[in-house]
Design a protein around this ligand. Structure first.
Ligand SMILES: O=C[C@H](O)COP(=O)(O)O
Length: 314
């Protein structure tokens, strides 16, 4: 296929070597509390603060937007940075279902925030809908105020190595985004092999994705370090060929401050500092911010909150 002339169809990935490297990366720890606090404050700025519940509604989306604008309490910021610090920290974006975009837009306007609104779209989370309705869903989300669109690939196209269809569909969805940024979710936990993850990354980048994203958060296996590592290497290879930087968004199951630090370090080591900013690195997460905030509180006050409250004897 002429349009796929960029593909190296014989790519082979040494799974054992990837797993060894991922195991080393998993062990990464910062040396002292000051460094940890600085990394965690930075981590907050990478978060696409997400709610993707079937029971989402105007009020919880409004709360999400307010939290994204002020993710860390002033008390904690003052303790960590000093009372004179004017530092403003926000998350990178909020991420919601298409029908919630108008509510997010309304709240952002009300609170005077221009934080990006990301919408999952295109038949999220399976992607198994006609291309026509997927494209229309993207157009409607953009019209409603989304400036970032998180689509998801049809896994069967990857598993059957139908790269041509994957390429054409992704290009059609990129076109529907207009000015909005396109993040393409690979659903790595359902792609079978690391080669498939690498090839799907390459095809969807050539089709115009601004980010590649690991998972929807709805698969049985979501963001894993080995899959992230392979995606980093695909991003690096794509950059070497085209000179265009594509971002990485791990998402799904990232819950702890330590998860955030490990992924940030992986970006630093595999892609370099140029990628460690919200233009090229996001963390999609619904539960991570609370954990980071608790860790920052512990670091700021120098004591750990009790994790176990004994029940008095009757
Ligand atoms: O895109 C973001 C993911 O759906 C969030 O997944 P999570 O709820 O496991 O953090």
């Amino acid at each position: 296929m002429e349009e796929l002339s960029f593909m190296n169809h014989n790519v082979r990935i040494n799974e054992a070597a990837v797993n060894r490297r991922a195991a080393t990366l998993q062990e990464f720890k910062l040396q002292n509390d000051d460094a940890l606090a600085a990394w965690l404050l930075r981590a907050v700025t990478f978060i696409d603060l997400t709610t993707l519940g079937g029971d989402d509604c105007e009020s919880n989306v409004a709360r999400l937007c307010r939290k994204a604008k002020n993710p860390i309490s002033q008390d904690i910021l003052h303790l960590l940075l000093g009372t004179n610090s004017q530092k403003k920290i926000t998350t990178a974006a909020v991420c919601v279902y298409p029908a919630m975009v108008p509510h997010a837009k309304n709240t952002m306007d009300t609170i005077g925030s221009n934080l990006p609104i990301a919408s999952v779209a295109a038949g999220f989370p399976s992607g198994l809908y006609p291309l026509e309705t997927r494209v229309r869903e993207i157009e409607l989300a953009v019209q409603a105020g989304a400036t970032e669109i998180d689509i998801v690939v049809e896994r069967h196209l990857v598993i059957s190595r139908n790269w041509s269809q994957l390429y054409k569909d992704t290009m059609a969805m990129k076109k529907a985004c207009g000015e909005a940024h396109l993040k393409t979710i690979l659903a790595v936990g359902e792609l079978g092999t690391l080669e498939n993850i690498y090839n799907a990354s390459i095809v969807t980048m050539f089709a115009g994705s601004d980010f590649i994203k690991t998972s929807t958060g709805k698969e049985a296996v979501n963001a894993t370090l080995p899959s992230g590592l392979v995606m980093c290497r695909a991003i690096r290879d794509y950059f070497a060929i085209t000179g265009r930087k594509v971002g990485l968004k791990p998402a799904g199951g990232l819950r702890t401050a330590s998860d955030a630090v490990v992924w940030m370090n992986m970006i630093r080591e595999e892609l370099g500092m140029d990628w460690l900013n919200p233009h090229f690195f996001r963390i999609g997460a619904s539960g991570l911010l609370g954990n980071i905030e608790r860790s920052l509180l512990e670091l700021a006050t120098g004591h750990k909150e009790p994790t176990f409250i004994p029940i008095p004897a009757m």
